[in-house]
Design a binder for this molecule. Structure first.
Ligand code: CTP
Ligand code: CA
Length: 216
């Protein structure tokens, strides 16, 4: 089984020294890569900038990228051959319209950056998903969590979506623990206890393996 896994944030350059980014650390994605390998899979881990070292396992090929465009280009190379797609990356929704070559100098009291929408990696690949392929997305919502997650699952052609909780102490960005709820296309919901990201990863991988169409 070959797994395509996106992880970490993306950094969108503004000028030679600045970027737009987010607080994703990559912990959840890297833990998923290890958990898939523990079940005998080979993983292509496409990672945005993360402090975490490349996983040591020979079964994980780590591809480092910076921007959403680079992440998309690398994901597109392996998507067709992968049996399972997991989109754990926190992809920047927008990037600066232009990347200026010289450092922006401080001048007026306000500064306006014009942004343009990035490619939606999951949604774009989702349009070419074959029946035997299995796609898993992540979502972090602060209002109408279940409804928004359900909507994303359908829009992006996911088989499962993992909803991250920000409400629970010790869950989410930078923490070692996470509390997630998994939704499927039939509206079935699986609640996970607050636990370490390694344990959440193991639980998600067993759920994914149990749910995906048996082809291998
Ligand atoms: N995703 C992606 N490419 C993007 C944006 C999101 O592949 N450009 C993936 C994420 O990795 C995640 C899922 O889509 O698995 C949902 O991401 P999210 O940011 O919650 O969805 P958006 O469609 O960007 O909606 P919004 O940020 O407005 O809630
Ligand atoms: Ca987004």
């Amino acid at each position: 089984m070959h797994v395509l896994l996106t992880a970490g944030p993306t950094y969108e350059p503004i000028d030679p020294v600045r970027f737009l980014g987010n607080r994703s650390t990559g912990k959840m994605g890297y833990a998923l890569a290890e958990a898939f390998v523990a079940q005998g899979a080979n993983v292509t881990l496409i990672s945005g900038p993360s402090q975490l070292p490349d996983p040591a396992s020979a079964r994980i090929r780590t591809v480092r990228v910076e921007t959403a465009a680079e992440m998309f280009a690398e994901a597109a190379k392996v998507a067709e051959a992968a049996d399972v797609w997991v989109f754990a990356a926190a992809v920047a929704d927008y990037r600066p319209v232009q990347v200026v070559t010289d450092k922006i100098k401080k001048s007026g009291e306000t500064l306006t950056l014009e942004l343009v929408k990035n490619v939606d990696i999951a949604a774009t690949l989702g349009q070419c998903k074959r029946a035997e392929q299995f796609a898993v997305g992540f979502a972090l919502e602060t209002t109408n969590e279940l409804a928004h997650a359900q909507d994303k699952l359908h829009r992006k052609n996911f088989d499962l979506i993992v909803l991250n909780s920000l409400r629970d102490v010790g869950a989410g960005f930078g923490h070692d623990t996470n509390k997630v709820t998994v939704l499927d296309a039939a509206g079935q919901i699986v609640n996970f206890e607050l636990q370490s990201k390694a344990d959440v990863a193991r639980g998600l991988v067993s759920l994914i393996l149990a749910r995906r169409a048996p082809t291998a």
